[in-house]
Structure formats: C-alpha cells, structure tokens
Design a protein around this ligand. Structure first.
Ligand SMILES: Nc1ncnc2c1ncn2[C@@H]1O[C@H](COP(=O)(O)OP(=O)(O)O)[C@@H](O)[C@H]1O
Ligand SMILES: O=C(O)C1=C[C@@H](OP(=O)(O)O)[C@@H](O)[C@H](O)C1
Ligand SMILES: [Mg+2]
Length: 263
C-alpha cells in the first residue's frame, strides 16, 4: 500500500468513527427526551444549548479548522432538533388568534428551537402578490385577501411537521378551520385587549386596526371573534405576562397532553 492509499484508509476509518458517534449522539437525544417526559421536565432548555455551544467553542478556540468544525456541529444540532420535532409532533401546528396575540413571534421561536419550517401566511401572501397586506386590502378588498388565505391553507395540507402562522382572521371562515384540521392541531393564542394594544400600537401593518388603536375597539372585535376562535381551537394558550419561552413550553405541554388523553 502506498502512502496515498494509507491516508484514504485512515480517512475511511475516521468517517466510520464519525458515523458511529452520530448514531450514538442521536440515541442519547432520544434518551434525554424520554427522561424529560418521564419526569415532566420542560422540553425547551435554551440555556443548555448555549452551555453546550460555549463548551465546544472553548475546546476549539485554538484550532485551525475551528469555523469548519463549528459549522458541522451546528448542522448536527439542527438535525437533532428535527429528530426531536418529528418525534413530538406528527402533524402541522397551526397557530390562530387575534392580531398581536403573538402567532408570528411564537412560530418563529418554535421554528428555531425545533428546526421546523414555518409558513407565515401573511408574509407568503404578501410575497406572492408583491405588495403589503395593507395594500392588498386597499387595492383588491378584504374578500380577495380572505380567498387567498383559504387557498393557501389547502396548499399546506401537503406539508407535514410545519408550523403554520395564520393571519388573525383565518379562523373566521368555517371552511378554513375544516381545512387546517385535516393535517394540523390548532393552537389558539389569547391575550387581553390591553396587552394586544400595547403590542400593536407602534405598527401599521394591520389594516383592520389602523385608526382604531384603542382598547374598546379591540375588545369589541375580539368579542365578535371569540366564539369562532374557541370553536376552532384544539388547545388554548394564554400569553399575558409570559415570556415567549414560557408560552412555547406551555403550548408544547398542552399538545403532548392531547396525545396522553387520546391513548
Ligand atoms: N409574549 C410576548 N411578550 C411580549 N411581546 C410579545 C409577546 N408576543 C408577541 N410580542 C410582540 O407583540 C407584537 C405582535 O406579535 P406578533 O407575533 O406579530 O403577533 P401576531 O402574529 O399574532 O399578530 C410583536 O412586536 C412581538 O414582538
Ligand atoms: O385579524 C385579521 O383579520 C388580520 C390579521 C393580520 O395578521 P396578524 O394576526 O398576524 O396580525 C393580517 O392577516 C390582516 O391584517 C388581517
Ligand atoms: Mg402575524
């Protein structure tokens, strides 16, 4: 065997070690999940993720290939999250609720924590139309926008393990609720009108609230929508005075409880 062949042999051995280590790693991930479930521990522990990253950075700080190794590690971590998400949620997660309840924010955080794809309905519709939601309302009217929402939900039925962040009005149509339930569990996020006002007061992205940014108006519209929101919901998560992490943890635990109750 010449040197080159020897090096190639060494490389193959190295790959075999990496593969074995990865298999072991993913098996440990499953054990951690089972442990957390058995002892009713929080699923999301972002501080642990940070600790792990710091430890790795420290051990690599003098390495010539630090950036390349770190890049691989990030991917390994992302795939661990995907394994976790697929095990926990065998369906799409559909977030509904009033404007400002936090649908986009919570979707975003969950997608980071579980490496899940997010379909942000408003954003996708705006992108496809090449204009803002406010401009779509102004140019084509609300009915046109609502039809786009319905079509998008039907399109999303082909996806799995996706977080769907609905616009606040999506659950008002019975047809939409039926479509979202075909492959998703529906999570209603709630907040008091004052909380909503605090959250939306500096934004002009919500045409239905422009010119009406006061508690009375929000309360009235929320009341008018309440029945339909509640009828659509599989679970309800209150968001008042909670951090995004607390809301996400609450949401996950309630989704898991649904499985326990159905076994
Ligand atoms: N739990 C929370 N605590 C504090 N601010 C929040 C919380 N959830 C959302 N927000 C803020 O409220 C605003 C509206 O949230 P967003 O996610 O866009 O709501 P939605 O998509 O339901 O309309 C954003 O500025 C967001 O940062
Ligand atoms: O409640 C509604 O009817 C709407 C909510 C908005 O989305 P957010 O709930 O994400 O603000 C957006 O779809 C549009 O302004 C209409
Ligand atoms: Mg939103």
């Amino acid at each position: 065997m010449n040197d080159l062949e020897l090096y190639r042999e060494e490389l193959a051995n190295c790959d075999a070690k990496i593969t074995e280590a990865l298999k072991e790693r993913y098996a440990i991930i499953e054990k951690i999940m089972a442990y957390k479930e058995e002892y009713g521990m929080p699923i999301l522990q972002p501080e642990q993720e940070e600790k792990q990253k710091k430890r790795l950075m420290f051990s690599l700080h003098n390495d010539r290939h630090r950036d390349e190794i770190y890049d691989v590690f990030e991917r390994i971590q992302r795939n661990s999250k995907k394994i976790q998400a697929r095990k926990l949620f065998d369906y799409n997660i559909v977030l509904i609720g009033f404007m400002g309840a936090g649908k986009s924010t919570i979707s975003d955080y969950l997608s980071t924590m579980f490496a899940m794809e997010v379909v942000e309905m408003d954003q996708l519709i705006a992108e496809r139309e090449g204009m803002s939601i406010s401009d779509i309302f102004e140019t084509y009217g609300e009915e046109y926008f609502r039809n786009m929402e319905t079509n998008l939900l039907i399109e999303m039925q082909e996806k799995k393990n996706v977080i769907i962040s609905c616009g606040g009005g999506v659950a008002m149509r019975e047809r939409n609720v039926a479509e979202m339930k075909k492959n998703g569990r529906v999570v209603l996020l709630t907040a008091h009108p004052q909380t909503i006002l605090d959250r939306v007061k500096d934004s002009d992205d919500r045409p239905l609230l422009n010119g009406h940014k006061n508690v009375e108006y929000i309360e009235q519209l929320m009341e008018a929508r309440r029945e339909k929101y509640e009828a659509a919901a599989d679970i309800v998560v209150d968001t008042d005075n909670k951090t995004v992490l607390q809301i996400c943890e609450d949401l996950i635990q309630k989704l898991l409880e649904m499985d326990e109750n159905h076994v």
